[in-house]
Design a binder for this molecule. Structure first.
Ligand SMILES: C[S@@+](CC[C@H](N)C(=O)[O-])C[C@H]1O[C@@H](n2cnc3c(N)ncnc32)[C@H](O)[C@@H]1O
Length: 284
C-alpha cells in the first residue's frame, strides 16, 4: 500500500534519475508521474491534490509502477495513456501515429482563418491520428475534408478518432500524398515528414519511439515537400491554397520550391516561439 503523495514522490524521483541521459528536467518528471497516476485512477489532476493521503490499492500501485518503468525507459507519456489533447479534441494515439504537437495548431489556425467557400473541399495529407483533418472538420461541418495516409494503421486510428469526436464530414483515403485526391481542391494542408534522415535528435526523447515514416524525408528533409508541391499544384483549383508545416530553418527553401513550381504569394508564418513553422502559397 502507498499513499497518493508518496507514490508520486517516489515515481518522480525515479523518473528524474532516469531523465538526465535524455536531457530532460525534473519538473517534467513530476508532471509525467501525475498524468500517469491520473490515467491509472481514471481521475483528473485535481483529485491528486484533493486526496494526497488516499491509499492506492495493490492493483492501482502495480499498474502505476509498470507505467513508470516504461516511462523511465523513454516510452512517451501519450503512448502510455493512449491519448493526447489537440485543438478542442481528445485523440487516441498509438505507436503507428505521430503524437500531435501543439506547434501544429498554427497550421490549423491558418487554415481556419483562410477565406474559403461555404462548402469547401479541403485535403489534409498524412493524417496520422487525424489531428489536423478532424480539427478542421469539427470547426467547419460544411467543409468536406479528404484525408490521406500511405499506411493503413494511422488511417484506422484517424477513423476511430473521428467516431470518438463525433466528426462526420471526413473521408479517409489510403494512398500516397495527392494521388487519391480529385481535382479542384479549394485548399490542401499537410504536416508531412520534414526531418533530415541523419538528424541526431531522431535518437532522443519521444521522437525515437515514433514511426520514422512520419518523421524523415531524405537527406535535407524536403523530399516529401517537393513531391507534395508538384502534386498539389495539379489538384488545386485556380486560386486554391497549399499550407505546409515544416522545420524552423526550412521556410526560405520551401518558398523557393513553391515559386519554382508555379505558385504565387508564398509566405512563411511563425509559431509562438517565433520560429518559422508554416509556409503557404496560392495557385494562380
Ligand atoms: C508528421 S506526420 C503528421 C501526422 C498528423 N497529420 C499530425 O500533424 O499530427 C506525417 C504523416 O504522413 C504520413 N505519410 C508518410 N509518407 C506518406 C505518403 N507518401 N503519403 C501519404 N502519407 C504519408 C505518415 O504515415 C504520417 O502519418
Amino acid at each position: 500500500m502507498s499513499r497518493i503523495d508518496s507514490a508520486l514522490s517516489e515515481a518522480s524521483q525515479r523518473l528524474t534519475a532516469s531523465y538526465p541521459q535524455r536531457n530532460e528536467q525534473s519538473d517534467t518528471a513530476r508532471l509525467d508521474a501525475q498524468i500517469l497516476l491520473c490515467h491509472v485512477l481514471e481521475k483528473d489532476n485535481s483529485y491528486l491534490f484533493t486526496w494526497p493521503d488516499k491509499e492506492l490499492s495493490h492493483t492501482q500501485l502495480e499498474a502505476f509502477n509498470q507505467l513508470i518503468d516504461q516511462r523511465a525507459k523513454g516510452t512517451p507519456v501519450a503512448y502510455l495513456t493512449g491519448e493526447r489533447g489537440f485543438w478542442s479534441l481528445t485523440l487516441k494515439v498509438n505507436p503507428s501515429v505521430l503524437i500531435p504537437r501543439p506547434d501544429t495548431e498554427l497550421l490549423v489556425e491558418l487554415a481556419l482563418n483562410h477565406p474559403l467557400p461555404e462548402q469547401a473541399l479541403v485535403a489534409d495529407l498524412g493524417t496520422g491520428s487525424g489531428a489536423i483533418a478532424l480539427s478542421l472538420a469539427k470547426e467547419n461541418p460544411n467543409w468536406k475534408i479528404l484525408t490521406v495516409d500511405r499506411f493503413p494503421e494511422p488511417l484506422e486510428t484517424a477513423k476511430e478518432n473521428a467516431q470518438l469526436n463525433n466528426v462526420n464530414n471526413v473521408e479517409f483515403l489510403l494512398g500516397s500524398w495527392c494521388e487519391p485526391l480529385p481535382d479542384n481542391m479549394d485548399m490542401i494542408v499537410s504536416n508531412p515528414p520534414y526531418i533530415r534522415e541523419d538528424d541526431k535528435h531522431l535518437d532522443e526523447g519521444d521522437v525515437q519511439f515514433e514511426p520514422r515514416t512520419a518523421l524523415t524525408a531524405g537527406k535535407d528533409g524536403l523530399d516529401d515537400i517537393r513531391l507534395i508541391s508538384i502534386q498539389a499544384f495539379q489538384k488545386l483549383k485556380a486560386g486554391g491554397w497549399l499550407l505546409l508545416e515544416h522545420g524552423y530553418d526550412q521556410g526560405e527553401t520551401i518558398r523557393d520550391i513553391l515559386i519554382g513550381d508555379g505558385y504565387i504569394e508564398a509566405r512563411t508564418k511563425q509559431d509562438l516561439a517565433l520560429n518559422d513553422r508554416v509556409t503557404l502559397a496560392r495557385k494562380p
